[in-house]
Design a protein. Structure first.
Length: 108
């Protein structure tokens, strides 16, 4: 994972999301998930290209079950966009870069 993407855990999630000055897109993923691996390079690109508009974080649902359960993550990848600590968008499943960016930016 690159330096531009924050690794989140059950212990750090609330603090990072609530203290983020920019909106934060959290990728709920797992190592064994094919679609998660499919969108990982897209998220890396977006993290580098859009760093002035939003931040990207990743939370491994196998290791951080409490947070995944708290946000009702039933399938992965699930991307939650938080603005001022509140969810403003929920994107489920792998999408092409253009579609993903469009859904994110319309909710910023």
């Amino acid at each position: 994972m690159s330096d531009t993407i924050k690794t989140l855990t059950d212990a750090t999630f609330q603090e990072v999301v609530k203290s983020s000055e920019l909106p934060i897109l959290v990728d709920f993923w797992a190592e064994w998930c094919g679609p998660c691996k499919q969108i990982a390079p897209i998220l890396e690109e977006l993290a580098a290209e859009q760093s002035d508009k939003f931040v990207i974080g990743k939370l491994d649902v196998d290791v951080n079950v409490a947070t995944a359960t708290q946000y009702n993550v039933m399938s992965i990848p699930t991307l939650l966009l938080f603005k001022d600590g509140e969810i403003v968008a929920r994107l489920v499943g792998a999408k092409p870069k253009g579609a993903l960016l469009q859904e994110i930016t319309q909710n910023l």
